[in-house]
Design a protein around this ligand. Structure first.
Ligand SMILES: [Zn+2]
Length: 282
């Protein structure tokens, strides 16, 4: 943690004689100020930006980023050597607008030295992602309803008109005689995917401390930028899938949360293979 302390000292010879100020005290009697600038937030980890191909005719949605309270952890279920652009291509092949994850983490498997460790931005954070599952919905909070009613959550295609799209994003369910509104979990979450395959017992599929630490640094950086992001979840909290494999183990999640805490962040986490009770099938 670095504190930048700038001490501004004014030399008494600094142009004093040239200031025409009749009532001002002579500069030499003014105490020299010591200015402590606010601590510069540590960036923790750099996030690389790259350009991606997109299917411009495919509908996608936008949301205010401050609605996002949850980071959902994934693995890409592919080679660890893949680039984020390659993952983007896989998702384009599914007919999607672009890659579904908001951030992608490259990190070597245990015992390997490549690929280089790097975090890359995927789908821009202000866009609703495609990662938690099309059947994953969560109850709308008052702030979600406010944003929805204010027309801040909109869907459309590139170059076209964006508008509220309840068929795309909203479901209702009667719970205990009450009508409860749910919103697609992708609206209030972002997806962080570790590129690789982390399911199985082989040693290489057990994440290294470096990989877990990269995740901790990334999520802590995101929380410092957006304090609403307080939940760490895994894909199979939302959807019946093996994703994110061993990354979702309780021991690994608690390692990530503790590391993030050491960087000044607080997260709650739920280990993998627990289906959240709020999930509904549309
Ligand atoms: Zn996943």
């Amino acid at each position: 943690m670095k504190f930048l302390v700038f001490i501004f000292s004014l030399s008494s010879t600094l142009a004093v004689g040239q200031i025409d100020c009749v009532n001002c005290p002579p500069l030499s009697s003014v105490p020299l100020p010591t200015v402590t600038l606010p601590e510069v937030l540590p960036s923790l980890i750099d996030i690389k930006k790259v350009s991606y191909q997109r299917r411009s005719s495919v509908k996608h949605c936008k949301r205010p980023i401050d609605l996002v309270d949850t980071i959902v952890l994934h693995h890409s279920e592919s080679s660890s050597q893949n680039s984020p652009q390659r993952i983007n291509s896989y998702h384009l092949d599914r007919g999607w607008y672009m890659g579904g994850y908001t951030y992608l983490v490259n990190s070597p498997y245990r015992g390997e030295s490549t690929p280089a460790s790097v975090v890359t931005e995927g789908r821009p954070p202000e866009l609703v992602g495609a990662h938690a599952g099309t059947d994953a919905y969560v109850p709308m909070r008052p702030k979600d309803k406010d944003a929805w009613n204010a027309g801040q959550i909109l869907c459309g295609v590139e170059g076209g008109q964006f508008s509220p799209d309840s068929a795309e994003l909203i479901r209702t369910k009667i719970v205990g005689g009450q009508r409860v509104e749910y919103m697609k979990a992708n609206v209030t979450t972002i997806g962080v995917s570790v590129i690789g395959q982390y399911f199985g017992n082989a040693p290489r599929f057990q994440p290294t401390s470096n990989t877990l630490d990269m995740i901790a640094k990334l999520i802590c950086r995101l929380q410092k930028e957006n304090p609403n992001m307080v939940n760490l979840r895994v894909h199979n909290n939302y959807h019946p899938t093996d994703c994110p494999g061993n990354l979702g183990k309780a021991s690994n999640l608690s390692y990530i949360v503790q590391k993030a805490q050491s960087y000044g962040c607080n997260f709650s986490s739920i280990p993998g293979h627990i289906k959240i009770s709020t999930r509904i099938n549309p």
